[in-house]
Write a protein that binds this ligand. Structure first.
Ligand SMILES: [Zn+2]
Length: 256
């Protein structure tokens, strides 16, 4: 008897025990498809909390995803408080529904470049600008870096993203930047999202959401619209806590 191959979208749900000291210390559930491994539940029994068992489970899942070449993700209920736990362990928010948050494990590559963007944000902050930084990466190297500079340049368009795009285009000697990814510490505004589309960037990775001006989900979803002749892939929430802390420090300093 031959078993027909499973379709690619076949999803298998599995409950696994977390064992410590010879007994069940917790439980987690994963849904596995041909391409992904999604954590849908993670609970540690009260007696076993604060021992790193939850973190250890993430490490194991990451290893399993890596070994099977699958993407690691998490789908959690909006109110279950797991978001910060997962963000601290490198997951980023990908999508929010009315009841659930979908998060994806970021690769170390994204975090590495975001740290470079955070360096730029700090430099901007030292010059009394709102601390937002950006780098543009192509072929594994930074081709432009910039920080927010509207104050020092008396130029309302001198956002980190615009500055970085200008520099990258000048360096490359071309007006379009296919194959490039922008890492920016805060969700781009409508002006910057427009510039990103004009520059034909492949991808944008951002850190903290921008509740007032964000155009990648917060106020509108410019980069998710199908009407443009170019699509830019994007992901938010990478090192979001660091980025938000810089902004908080800046605005607190302004108030004091
Ligand atoms: Zn902007």
């Amino acid at each position: 008897m031959t078993v027909p191959p499973r379709p690619a979208h076949f999803a298998q749900k599995e409950r696994r025990s977390i064992v410590a000291e010879g007994r069940e210390a917790g439980v987690y559930e994963i849904t596995e498809t041909a391409r992904s491994l999604t954590l849908t539940r993670l609970e540690i029994l009260p007696d076993f909390r604060s021992r790193g068992l939850a973190s250890g489970t993430i490490v194991e899942l990451r290893a399993q995803a890596h070994a099977t070449k699958k993407a690691l993700a998490a789908r959690i209920a909006k109110d279950d408080g797991a978001r910060r736990f997962l963000e601290r362990r490198g997951f980023a928010l990908e999508r929010a529904t009315r009841t659930h948050l979908e998060m994806a494990d970021c690769d170390e590559e994204d975090r590495r470049w975001m740290r470079k963007a955070l360096e730029q944000a700090r430099r901007g902050g030292q010059r009394d600008e709102t601390p937002v930084g950006a780098v543009i990466v192509r072929d594994g190297a930074i081709i432009a870096r910039a920080y927010n500079a509207p104050l020092s340049r008396s130029d309302p368009t001198a956002h980190a993203e615009i500055q970085a795009i200008r520099r990258a285009a000048r360096t490359a000697g071309e007006q379009r930047l296919p194959g490039a990814t922008m890492y920016v510490t805060v969700e781009p505004c409508a002006m910057c999202a427009g510039a990103i589309l004009h520059a034909r960037l492949d991808r944008v990775v951002f850190g903290a959401p921008n509740a007032k001006f964000g155009a990648c989900g917060s106020q509108c979803g410019l980069l998710s619209m199908n009407c443009w002749n170019h699509r830019v892939a994007w992901r938010g929430g990478v090192l979001a806590a660091e980025s938000a802390a810089l902004l908080r420090g800046y605005f607190k300093g302004k108030r004091d």
